[in-house]
Design a protein around this ligand. Structure first.
Ligand SMILES: NC(=O)c1ccc[n+]([C@@H]2O[C@H](COP(=O)([O-])OP(=O)(O)OC[C@H]3O[C@@H](n4cnc5c(N)ncnc54)[C@H](OP(=O)(O)O)[C@@H]3O)[C@@H](O)[C@H]2O)c1
Length: 258
């Protein structure tokens, strides 16, 4: 498993958090990685330089998602960076980082503008990114979308965020059927609570303790837990897996613990 030598990958939201871990891992497996970022060009440059220091290859592509022209801008930069190479792996990881929207977005408070923003970044951008990249995505390639346990656990304060991830999961399954004839697999990876910037709530000890107590494997997730799963799905070992949602949560809220 894990030989991506001669292959290429685009990881959205790879300046920080899980996307960064995924970019580092795919590059360690041999891929030339396009490190996408939104607002944090310096962090993306750090990801690229960490990859290069470890002997890998990467370049940064910056485009704010959720704005008009976002996908066109990203596609143009990616095409330039790939210099004629096809794309083998697309990881739709970036998601709306507006904490108010994510963690205080209950039905009684969420505004239409917040709803539109979360859908524009989390569902619309991945959809049109896939559409734009289909011509350069190699037959036998991989699309991996990053979702949330909010699609199986009802969290009232994350309703729009969870709905947007539900849309992403439906997109994944449907695309798996649509693209199977080209040998392209499409899967969803669902992280649990993971130590990254998006998850400010994890800084509270009582939140950490509550999540840990509800997790079968008894700890908070780490970005590498997700990166290793994405690397597996990107590898040839996962060639027969498509249309799936992989729960990579350590067993978050499976039921009463003994
Ligand atoms: N952390 C968790 O506990 C958790 C749990 C379940 C699911 N997830 C999912 O896992 C994925 C990664 O989350 P994370 O925790 O690693 O997040 P993170 O640390 O906050 O990083 C988010 C990344 O997405 C990019 N991004 C956010 N909004 C963007 C926009 N509008 N345009 C372009 N780029 C944008 C950021 O880029 P810049 O900083 O450059 O703007 C950053 O690279 C997301 O899909 C999230 O929904 C996370």
């Amino acid at each position: 498993m894990g030989d991506l030598t001669g292959k290429t990958a685009l990881v959205t939201g790879a300046s920080r958090g899980m996307g960064r871990a995924v970019a580092l891992r795919l590059a360690a497996d041999g891929a030339l990685v396009a490190v996408h970022y939104g607002a944090n060009g310096d962090a993306a440059a750090q990801t690229v330089s960490d990859i290069e220091e470890a002997g890998g290859q990467a370049f940064a592509v910056g485009a704010m998602l959720g704005l008009d022209g976002d996908v066109d801008a990203l596609t143009a930069l990616l095409t330039e960076g790939l210099q004629g190479l096809p794309l083998d792996v697309l990881v739709n990881n970036a998601a709306c980082g507006n904490l108010e929207t994510l963690f205080a977005g209950s039905i009684d408070r969420l505004t239409p503008a917040q709803f539109d923003e979360v859908f524009a970044v989390n569902a619309k951008a991945p959809f049109f990114l896939v559409q734009a990249l289909l011509p350069v995505l190699r037959d036998g390639g991989r699309i991996i979308n990053i979702s949330s346990p909010g699609t199986r656990i009802a969290l009232p304060h994350q309703i729009a965020y969870a709905m947007s991830k539900g849309a992403l999961e439906v997109m994944s399954r449907t695309l798996a059927n649509a693209l199977g004839a080209r040998g392209i697999t499409v899967n969803t990876v669902t992280p649990g609570a993971t130590d990254t910037g998006i998850n400010d709530s994890l800084s509270a000890p009582e939140t950490r303790a509550a999540i840990t107590a509800g997790t079968a494997l008894g700890r908070i997730g780490r970005p590498a837990d997700i990166a290793d799963t994405v690397a597996f799905l990107a590898s040839d070992d996962a060639r027969w897996i498509t249309g799936n949602v992989l729960d990579v949560t350590g067993g978050l809220y499976l039921g009463p613990l003994p």
